[in-house]
Design a protein around this ligand. Sequence first.
Ligand code: CA
Length: 223
Amino acid sequence: MRILVIEDEKKIADFIKRGLKEEGYAVDVAYDGAEGQFLAKTNSYDLILLDLMLPKVDGLTICKNLKREGIATPVIMLTAKDTVEDKVTGLDAGADDYITKPFVFEELLARVRAVLRKKSSKEATRLEVEDLALDLITHKVTRQEKEIVLTAKEYALLEYLMRNAGSIVTRTMISEHVWDIDFDTFTNVIDVYINYLRNKIDAGHVKKLIRTVRGRGYILKGE
Ligand code: CA
């Protein structure tokens, strides 16, 4: 789990970072709104802790910009003002929760856990890599919102690649997870199916998501 902290008060930011790292989270910190917004757009975070009053770009604007660009990363607002109005404004801007400063770390941690739990239960039904989406319940696959019809085997292979997005999967791993135990690993069936998937997923798109890693296997990734 990777968390972005956007907070200009260095003491608070470092306190949060230290605490979250001790809990096993990977933590990046931005000390102003512009840097924070940049990081939020370029990296993939599981959660953003966002201060309201920030130099360069304020927290509400960042929150609105991220939501407008379709970045669905959950946001917890850090607000110094404990007024109902501020909370409503924050939630209206797309924040998932808020916490009022000063707070004890345990309270922040409890909210972080709650938001991440909610996120993973939502995610459990849907896998996304860039503009490619796979619905685990309906088995509907889309790229740029357009439906792609797959055979059961192609679907299973794509689901496996998407579950491991960003990591290399070897032919052995694929055969173990997508084919049954009688599968003959000396055939080129996997390569054939990868090609079927490429024709359906990547053909006609500038950005190719399925790549060959020579001598090792395949990787599905955006960047
Ligand atoms: Ca501040």
